[in-house]
Design a protein around this ligand. Sequence first.
Ligand code: ATR
Length: 306
Amino acid sequence: MSELFAQSIDARTRYCAVYGYPVKHSASPAMQNAGLAVLGLNWRYVAFEVHPDNLRAALNGAKVMGFVGLNLTVPHKVLAVDMVDCLDSSARAWGAVNTVVFEGRSKDGAWRPLREFTELPRELRSCGFNTDAEAITRAIEEDLQVQLRGAKVLLLGAGGAGRTAALRLAAEQVSELCLVNRTMAKAAAVAEEIRTRHPGVKLTIGYPGGSVELLVNATSLGLKPEDPSPLDQNLFPVHRAGAVYDMIYRPAETPLLKSARAAGCRTANGIGMLLYQGAKALELWTGQPAPVSAMRQALEKNVYAA
Ligand code: ATR
């Protein structure tokens, strides 16, 4: 990695960036530059604070300047759906764009990713992808060694993150999904959506009897030290879950994860979601497998360094 950074930026350097508002907290530059360094590419990944009013202009700016791609974070993911030139099915399915790939029209008339061009083509377009949703299930499967297909899952939370997790888990063909949320009506609405889109999944509102293979926290409870637990252990003692995934990654170990670990459950926090959405974005831009372990190391260093 140090070798690449010793090499200075030159006129051939290619760029990727993240746009956010705010963006200074973003760990993506550390993670993506580590990945680019391992791949030996003369590329850089930078961060820009872009006001939502300027998102359209900023997307166009990156396009005409020959950026290879972008990540979008809060509050741009939904806004960008109507701003990119084309949408991949992943972005259409989730109604949000977190990754943009710029493409150029080649001489044979086909659209190709900009990495394939040495000269900037005249015709350019932006394509919106979503790598967030897939990252949820990849993180759970790889970090917890859980086989989602056929699993019984207890999911806490039915807000934005909870709904996406529920739909993703259903798409992976879990056998049963038990939804728990403070506001019951929101859990019921998510359940209804899943019944329509994934009729093979058994749905329960409320805590299940017996055990589950996986418990997922998709609420925001645990971010602050004074938060109550998202899990009511009078109704569902945590030892009845084989594995526990907390989508929160800061703190690294929430009280829920701590009690799960003490009860002998396998545990993982949400950093893997950040990692795998970034790894997939890097793969879309470069066309190469992402160096996941170097990216994880850089990400953890950035997020957890004192
Ligand atoms: P996100 O996009 O991160 O999912 P969100 O849509 O605001 O954010 O959802 C937050 C989730 O945390 C919801 O499931 C919310 O429960 P409600 O749907 O009942 O609001 C849950 N949550 C937040 N604060 C909570 C609290 N004090 N007690 C219980 N659940 C809470």
